[in-house]
Design a binder for this molecule. Structure first.
Ligand code: IDP
Ligand code: MG
Length: 151
């Protein structure tokens, strides 16, 4: 089994709209495992580092304002092919283009308020997890249902 870890952020709109529980439930219901979690309020510097690849794009400044506008919830989620799996659960960047049943379709309307972030590749995940968590904050444990989730 290809076990992977990925970074998920519930963005300020997800927190403000009271969707933390519903979003986490999507991952837990799927069989994915939360191995780290915290609430934090990003500084401009943190945000610019996390979104460095988008520096210079027209939406960059508004993206930084948005992601630093209120607290977020950061988590590390683990499971079989977790990176690609979670991108599917999350849906397309633009909620208008996301498929029904995805988090972004079901809970959001606008690309600039798309409520959640998930790493886009295993390499990105490794980089992003390090930005948010020390190794000591990530837990290695077995969920009691693992033998019923995986063959
Ligand atoms: P992703 O979050 O699906 O990986 P990216 O292309 O990496 O999408 O963009 C990062 C974030 O920047 C998006 O989630 C969204 O919040 C914001 N964003 C991307 N494109 C636009 C845009 O065209 N207008 C406004 N915000 C955008
Ligand atoms: Mg991205």
């Amino acid at each position: 089994m290809e076990t992977e870890r990925t970074l998920v952020l519930i963005k300020p709109d997800g927190v403000q709209r009271g969707l933390i529980g519903k979003i986490i439930s999507r991952f837990e219901d799927k069989g994915l495992k939360i191995v780290a979690m915290k609430m934090l309020h990003l500084t401009k510097e943190n945000a610019e580092e996390h979104y460095a690849q988008h520096k210079g794009k027209p939406f960059f400044d508004s993206l930084i304002n948005y992601i630093t506008s209120a607290p977020i919830v950061a988590m590390v989620v683990e499971g079989k092919n977790a990176v690609a799996c979670i991108r599917k659960v999350v849906g397309a960047t633009n909620p208008q283009e996301a498929e029904p049943g995805t988090i972004r379709f079901d809970f959001a309307m606008d690309i600039g308020r798309n409520i959640i972030h998930a790493s886009d590749s295993p390499d990105t995940a490794e980089r992003e997890i390090k930005l948010f968590f020390d190794e000591s904050e990530i837990f290695d444990y077995k969920r009691i249902d693992e033998e019923w989730v995986y063959e």
